[in-house]
Ligand binder design. Sequence first.
Ligand code: COA
Ligand code: AMP
Length: 631
Amino acid sequence: MGKYQTAYEESIRNPEKFWGEAGNEIVWEKKFTKVLDDSNKPFYRWFPDGVLNTCYNAVDYHVENGRGDQAAIIYDSPMTGTKQKITYREFLSEVSKFAGALKSLGAEKGDRVIIYMPMIPQAAVAMLACARIGVIHSVVFGGFASNELAIRIDDAKPKIIVSASCGVEGKKVIDYKPLLDKAIELSKNKPAHCIIYQREQAKAALVPGRDHDWVELVKKASPAPCVPVKATDPLYILYTSGTTGMPKGVVRDNGGHAVALKWTMKNVYAVKPGDVFWAASDVGWVVGHSYIIYAPLLYGCTTIMYEGKPVGTPDPGAFWRIISEYGVSVLFTAPTAFRAIKKEDPSGDHFKKYDLSKFEALYLAGERLDPDTYHWAKELIKRPVIDHWWQTETGWSIAANCRGIEEFPVKAGSPTKAAPGYQVVIADNEGKPLPKGQEGLVLIKLPLPPGTLPTLWQNDAKYKESYTDPYPGYYFTGDGGYVDEDGYLYIMGRVDDVINVAGHRLSTGAMEEVISKHKDVAECAVIGAADDFKGQLPLGFVVLKAGVNRPADDILKELVQMIRDQIGAVAAFKQAIIVERLPKTRSGKILRGTMRQIADGKDYKAPSTIDDPAVLTEIEGHLKNIGYGKK
Ligand code: COA
Ligand code: AMP
């Protein structure tokens, strides 16, 4: 039996032994005596009686063990011309002082702090400072508009919000403070304090009594020590798009998270402590939480915070420059970033300019790695190109080519095999397992391994309803896919109303809620249509109220603006079609899946429950007029 098979089978047969051993790699304030508590199914708790501090393991431990002078973070911001190395010792000092600043404003263990920040080191300082004092952070992606931020404020009820005066997005400077002020105005649960990091690209006006200048506040604060927390205490809440306008507050605990992430650095990414590890993502997404911040720091690596894009900041050689300049061994990003590079530099001329001798492997996730992009990247870099599949909910890969255990030959289009701890099952709509080669729903047998979500923030009922009630005994991933004859898994896309635009997870339901508020709209549907560059793009279908005869272009422009204002530019909602009616079943359910198949040019069969098949022909005609459908 190969090394992977041995590890995998052990993780399934004897999870307590497997993860108990991984747990020895963490420093515990009080060592766990039990590995898994399954007494309250479907809620599982890992290391239930362990006590630790995540910040201690990610920062203090390294200073105490010889890494004080090693860079913890390298910040590179091409458009502001900033490059900065922060050693573990300096980082510890910044984090402890900021933790003290949070405490000076009354933050205590169990309180929530929202972090709405661009990709600057202060975002990492704020996250670790929260972890240090047992405060639960909730980072909100900077590309979300005020309304989305307000929804998260109302759910998490933070005592404090940490933000910056502005972000630098490609070549644009985006003022964050007006967005924050508007969000607080919209929210019902207003935070007592805001801490604002003033950047020189744009200074923000502070609200007296509520807003504090980061630098001034820190000057007055005394450093705070680590507060021991239970392994099962929440470390953070990360909101992610579900099928409605209300995002899901994915909870991450302290113990299982630290154990699992540290384990993945060696076993999935095959790196060593001291290596430079770069996840080119954003701290607002799960990839940013796990692989810009926590995993590389827990493992004693140097992590890179890059405030730039793969192209245009200033050119498509940006990634190669960073890898070469800082000696990156593993790059992790989304396939869409590589499609962007490929579009601007198809023959890889920029790649050839750099010394990339330390670069060992490229890992991609966030959306399906299409075979074309895989082959292009592989041919260019001539190093392993590893697709791995995961979700905000799991926090680390469900399926991967675990190179640190045993490297498998890559099959383009497949994230290889289930990672240890995950029992992946392909099932039909009734939950019956399907034979190899047949596409169905992707389920994971419970319990999920450590590091995955224990529940949703203060909403056990929604956790059950979304993930474990649909197929009892299993976690419902929301993805569809199949397993081939060799046991390789293929993830083909979401089976629900979640879409993936340039590696960003978005909800078509949330977009529909915004569009339906337009005064001229009677009803609407939004689908994710395949796009060569961004993977998917949202596409709206709008039925107008009777008697509305304003120019269609005006209405469409208003809808685009409404989505930008209420969800954010990141939704990339640019196209909608005005239609006479929407295809529905006789019970009134809109046939979004069938519309998506038509838009993507796939063969489709109208469901037997359809109300009027002629509507599909109308939709097909509309889509054809704007270049969608069968070519
Ligand atoms: N703050 C404010 N606005 C933001 C933002 C942020 N943090 N991130 C994105 N936006 C805005 C962009 O400026 C753009 O606005 P525009 O419509 O006015 O131009 C819009 O949201 C869409 O942004 P994006 O999806 O990033 O598209 P792009 O065309 O600017 O760049 C890529 C395309 C492929 C280069 C970029 O999407 C990318 O690097 N994707 C990788 C995604 C990723 O890392 N995902 C995480 C999983 S690994
Ligand atoms: P997020 O929660 O933002 O990480 O998005 C998770 C979703 O992205 C998954 O449910 C998948 O639909 C998709 N996804 C992420 N990684 C992959 C991958 N490697 N292959 C296919 N789909 C992926």
